[in-house]
Write a protein that binds this ligand. Structure first.
Ligand code: GDG
Length: 755
């Protein structure tokens, strides 16, 4: 069926689900609870993670929902049903994963392909087709589970790198829904991201979202650059236009539940534990290190720096202790096993070399502790040593700051952690610079208390304000804003009902005018402009359309008249070339619309030559009344950069002349101001009677055509972006199908689903 647009269809079918109240659905790889089996009974243990706390107050409200894996492989169907019922009562819904899926999707593709790549450890990444296929299948599984419970107008918030494909899968099934995506880990630079064999698919998966959030501006910048280079969509102020949708990319630095950490640190239980630990340690100064076991956290590098510190500053022997808590993580993955051995060895070596009867330089714990113990560690630490090689944000350093009620303590923080962008009062280090780490440790351990308090106070003020609740509300507000903005930018899709109306008025009309833009509306853009010749189908379509004596067909282009003549001159249609400089009415020759002076060309050509010299791959096209600088074949990024420069250069020159600069599709064109497609089309509107007008265009240059149209005309833009056109279609194919259907023509090359 023509214009078989899923959204259009959904809106037409009487869908009782629309009567439900819209809800928020959070999706993450894991649920905020962990399923455990003890003595044959299933138990749910709540997770203490920052995300669970931050979103806890939201997902438990009304009919909101959290979807994810419950943390255990359950194959028995009756047990699964029991879990579903239990979780549904707590606003959660499980996605069950098999052993194979955990191995290939979670441990494999997520943690052995994406995690190392995104943390700049590409040398650890494995590229296996089988793992990728399971990743796609499991993302689809999450999508299928979601579709069972989601209504088309729900808001869905997808979390993290395990579910990069989910936004687009959801967009296909629930086109009208609001989809947010947040990535908790870094987004690497294009040079690293491009190494992934499935790079394009991953980006396209993410682009199904309405809003994509990262912790830092740098992550966002890297993502936009990859989208530009790999998918070809540019961006303006974080807005990406995919051709039929607009979405926003922004940075949302995640905060912690500040009050929770502050209050826990204040509790008697925590104070009691702190006293016991201090007495046991016999040490004047305590350095704290807390992480999950992960190579991105820089644990061996930190140990080496501490070893060098002990060597360089013997006066600190017996006076300083490094309390190192490493939380077991991903121990099924080979690289993590190796890392565990490396850390064990280093701790053994340092303690072996420096320990005394009553002093161990490192107190090492490979386990996890309850929050109260963690809080006691935070309280008693004089220095927190947080030195990841790469970290999306890092919450440990923020929790340390929030727990320092007396504001005494020093934070040493890696520049490579997202948190360093906010906590500029910390002592920032480069984790690869061991000497800097050693000297910074010394500075921290000898820092006067009033200076410590001054730094701590600033950091606390900022973390108190930008807490987890602030983060959630910023993201949700921005998501609603995007939705409103999209509505204001969008034109209405030309759905079946509109088509019927258009078709009726076509049938009733006795004289009809068609204004059809050639590139982008009748044929797709091509890297080499001269390769975009009309195919047989198009020639047949134009021929049949114009053979009806009531129809007058005008094909418009910015191309040269000779080019248009060669391709379409033999048809019984009218032509507008070079933005309206030349026109040709059927049965007659070419004539120019204006008596233009083109003495400006030689001066402008000198400037364009300069840009060609500086930009390999670019070239100049000289038309009768305009000059065009093309950059389609220039290295991505460089072309755009030079184009921005050229446009501002030319705009400056054009201010006092009668010239106009057009920033087009991979081309910058300069022409005399009086030339415009709008002026040319007005000529036909004035000359020929009409009771039906249809205009189809695609880029912003065609807005002049839409503006020139009478109010009752059908104006159609290809792509759903801001336009004065009344309607939009998604592609050239849809535009051609619209015309074919109008005249009852079946076209060979059009895909079946459009026929
Ligand atoms: C990812 C990104 C980003 C640690 N040990 C224990 C324990 N923890 C808690 C900490 C902290 C959390 O685990 C660790 O969070 P991080 O942010 O430091 O690191 P990742 O787990 O790698 O998290 C990271 C984060 O997502 C959020 O977006 O910041 O960059 O990699 O909250 O307190 N908690 C308890 N016992 C422990 O022994 N109870």
């Amino acid at each position: 069926m023509l214009l078989d647009h899923t959204l259009g269809q959904q809106l037409q079918k009487p869908d009782i689900r629309y009567n439900h109240m819209a809800k928020l659905i959070i999706v993450s790889n894991r649920l905020p609870v962990k399923l455990q089996e003890s003595e044959g009974r299933l138990d749910f243990k709540p997770s203490e993670g920052g995300l669970a706390t931050g979103l806890g107050s939201i997902y438990k409200k009304k009919n909101n929902l959290w979807i994810g894996w419950p943390g255990m492989v359950v194959e028995d169907e009756s047990q699964q049903q029991q879990i579903i019922d239990n979780l549904n009562g707590q606003n959660m819904h499980p996605v069950f994963l098999s052993d194979k899926e955990i191995k290939e999707f979670y441990e494999g593709f997520s943690n052995e392909t994406l995690w190392p790549t995104f943390h700049y450890f590409s040398q650890y990444a494995i590229y296996e087709q089988q793992l990728w296929e399971t990743y796609v299948e499991v993302n689809q599984k999450y999508c299928d589970e979601l579709v069972k419970v989601a209504e088309p107008d729900d808001t869905i918030w997808v979390h993290d790198y395990q579910l990069l494909l989910l936004p687009s899968m959801l967009r296909e099934k629930l086109p009208g829904s609001t989809i947010g995506f947040f990535q908790h880990i870094p987004f690497p630079s294009y040079e690293v991201f491009r190494l992934l064999p499935w790079r394009k698919e991953l980006l396209e998966g993410m682009l199904g979202s309405d809003l994509i959030g990262f912790h830092t501006y740098d992550d966002m910048r890297h993502f936009l650059s990859s989208v530009n280079r790999l998918v070809g969509h540019g961006s303006t102020h974080g807005w990406i236009n995919t051709g039929n949708r607009s979405l926003l990319v922004d940075s949302f630095p995640m905060g912690i539940d500040y009050e929770k950490y502050e209050q826990t640190a204040e509790s008697d239980e925590v104070k009691k534990r702190e006293k016991i630990y201090r007495n046991n340690l016999h040490s004047k100064k305590i350095i704290l290190s807390i992480d999950r076991l992960d190579y991105s956290k820089g644990i061996p590098q930190r140990l080496l720096a501490f070893e060098l510190f002990l060597e360089r500053y013997p006066e600190f022997h017996e006076k300083v202790t490094l309390v190192m808590l490493v939380v077991p993580s991903r121990d099924a993955v080979e690289k993590y096993k190796e890392l565990k051995e490396e850390v064990d060895e280093l701790v053994g070596r340092i303690n072996g070399n420096y320990s005394h009867m009553n002093w161990n330089p490192i107190q090492y714990f490979y386990r996890s502790y309850p929050l109260e113990t963690l809080s006691a560690f935070y309280r008693m630490a004089d220095v927190a040593l947080v030195t990841p090689m790469r970290d999306g944000m890092n919450l440990v350093c923020k929790e340390y700051v929030a727990s320092k009620l007396d504001q005494k303590g020093v934070l040493i923080l890696s520049e490579m952690a997202g948190a360093s962008k906010e906590l500029s009062e910390a002592l920032l280090i480069n984790p690869n610079d061991i000497n800097q780490m050693v000297e910074t440790l010394h500075t921290a351990l000898t820092m006067p208390e009033d200076v410590q308090q001054q730094h701590m106070r600033h950091m606390q003020e900022s973390l108190r304000r930008y807490n987890i609740h602030h983060w959630v509300s910023m993201f949700m507000d921005r998501l609603s804003y995007v939705k409103i903005k999209q509505l204001s930018m969008a034109t209405t899709y030309l759905d079946e009902a509109t088509y019927q109306e258009l078709s009726n008025s076509y049938e009733e009309a006795s004289s009809r005018l068609f204004f059809l833009e050639y590139d982008g509306a009748l044929v797709d853009y091509h890297n080499r402009p001269l390769m975009a010749a009309p195919d047989e189908d198009l020639l047949e379509l134009l021929q049949v359309l114009s053979s009806n004596s009531k129809n007058r067909v005008v094909v418009i282009s910015s191309r040269e008249k000779d080019n248009m003549q060669r391709w379409l001159g033999h048809l019984n249609i009218d032509l507008i070339a070079e933005h309206g400089v030349w026109i040709k009415q059927r049965g007659t020759g070419w004539q120019t619309m204006t008596s233009l002076i083109d003495d400006w060309k030689s001066d402008i050509r000198l400037i364009l030559d300069l840009y060609v010299d500086r930009t390999p791959g670019s070239f100049i096209e000289e038309k009768e009344y305009s000059l065009v600088w093309h950059y389609r074949r220039v290295e991505t990024g460089l072309g755009e950069l030079r184009a921005r420069e050229l446009v501002s250069h030319l705009n400056f020159l054009a201010t006092n002349s009668n010239l106009q600069v057009l920033d087009g599709q991979m081309a910058v064109e300069i022409k005399a101001q009086e030339v415009s497609k709008g002026k040319a089309t007005s000529y036909w509107l004035n000359m020929y009677p009409h009771d039906f007008v249809l205009a189809i265009g695609d880029d912003w240059g065609d807005e002049d055509i839409f503006k020139a149209m009478p109010r009752e005309a059908y104006t159609v833009k290809i792509g759903n972006t801001h336009s004065v056109a009344k309607y939009h279609l998604d592609s050239c194919e849809e535009a051609r199908k619209l015309l074919s259907r109008l005249i009852g023509l079946k076209q060979k090359k059009l895909p079946k689903e459009l026929l």
